[in-house]
Design a protein around this ligand. Structure first.
Ligand code: AQP
Length: 328
């Protein structure tokens, strides 16, 4: 008799550090949605991580709720996936402490996100040990795959090293998680500063397309997006980062390759090309925005409550196993 293999586990997190944007959607969330079909998925609003940037209390509370709204609007189904707030499970912080013993200071010093963020938020230990907490997030549910954008590759590598060291020192309890990424959209850049990634906490609002942006705002942001000198549309990330970013965005939202997209738009003037991208963005984002605006805070709190109850089951099991290994 043939047996059905158990579903693999997926974990990914998102910080409630402001409105979800196009980079989050194309780099992570559409992949999260796709994976629900074949995997057992845990999607976590990592509010402990966001404390590293000292958010305002009221804003954080609303951002947490709005982030789950964004997930549901993009197509994360709480009946299929487990969606919860990180701080509802003390297991994450407890495992993080345990795993910090399997990580070298030099490794944390090499993390580029630490270097970037410490310029704005100082060199405090929370920011420094952020990747260990991220490793705990992933390993507490024994995730096999982690759908994240390009910017998280370094953190995931460290998670793999930490898991391997624990397994070698004690017992093979953690799967070594691998990154699952989208082909295009893995690093969406700012529309105004295409050398920097589109980001929630960026001051540069005009360079970021938010999930709540209405059609007018989308058109305005595309109109003022940075292109490059010259007039020919070509894919050249080094010399034409603005145009290349728009090509990648267009390819991603229309589910085509960059090559196919380039063939379709290569004869256009920059102005017409930008209008075309904004039309496609409106078609892509307006149904998502409609679902988002229809969700109530009460509904979201119910989703997170049920999610944390389910997430607690596997987190409990892993912690017991880890503590048994360690003798505590
Ligand atoms: N610009 C981006 N392009 C592609 N993927 C991106 N992600 C973030 N920005 C881009 C992916 O979105 C997921 C959730 O990210 P996060 O909220 O945990 O943290 P982040 O990477 O630091 O994202 P932000 O939006 O830039 O937030 P802030 O400004 O608070 O730092 C991750 O999978 C990430 O790869």
């Amino acid at each position: 008799m043939s047996r059905i293999a158990p579903m693999k586990t997926v974990f990914s997190g998102i910080q409630p550090s402001g409105s979800v944007h196009l980079g989050n959607i194309l780099g992570a969330l559409i992949n999260w949605k796709r994976m629900q079909k074949d995997y057992s998925c845990y999607y976590c609003i990592v509010d402990l991580h966001s404390l590293t940037t000292f958010p305002d209390k009221e804003l954080l509370q609303q951002d947490k709720i709005d982030t789950i709204k964004s997930l549901v609007a993009v197509g994360i189904d709480p009946n299929k996936s487990i969606v919860y707030f990180q701080s509802d499970l003390p297991h994450h912080a407890e495992l993080s402490w345990i795993l910090s013993n399997f990580c070298q200071i030099g490794e944390l010093q090499r993390m580029t996100q630490y270097k970037d963020k410490s310029e704005s938020f100082g060199t405090h230990a929370g920011l420094f040990t952020y990747p260990v907490l991220m490793a705990a997030d992933i390993l507490i549910h024994k995730a096999d795959e982690v759908p994240v954008g390009d910017d998280q590759t370094q953190h995931l590598e460290l998670t793999r090293d930490i898991a391997t060291r624990f397994n070698q020192k004690y017992q093979e309890i953690f799967p070594i998680p691998s990154r699952n990424s989208t082909k295009t959209g893995a690093r969406v850049m700012s529309l105004r500063h295409p050398e920097a990634k589109m980001s929630k906490s960026s001051d540069d609002i005009a360079g970021t397309i938010y999930i709540t942006d209405d059609d007018e705002e989308i058109i305005k942001k595309l109109k003022t997006s940075v292109t490059d000198s010259g007039s020919k549309i070509s894919y050249d990330k080094e010399n034409k980062p603005g145009i290349s970013n728009l090509l990648e965005i267009l390819a991603s939202i229309t589910s085509r390759s960059v090559e196919q997209t380039l063939n379709e738009v290569s004869g256009m003037q920059y102005g017409d090309f930008k209008m075309h991208v904004s039309d496609e963005l409106i078609s892509f984002l307006s149904p998502i925005r409609e679902v988002y605006l229809g969700l109530t805070d009460k509904k979201i709190l119910q989703i997170s409550k049920e999610g944390s109850e389910k997430a607690k089951i596997t987190a409990d099991e892993t912690l017991v196993e880890v503590k048994n290994c360690l003798g505590i």
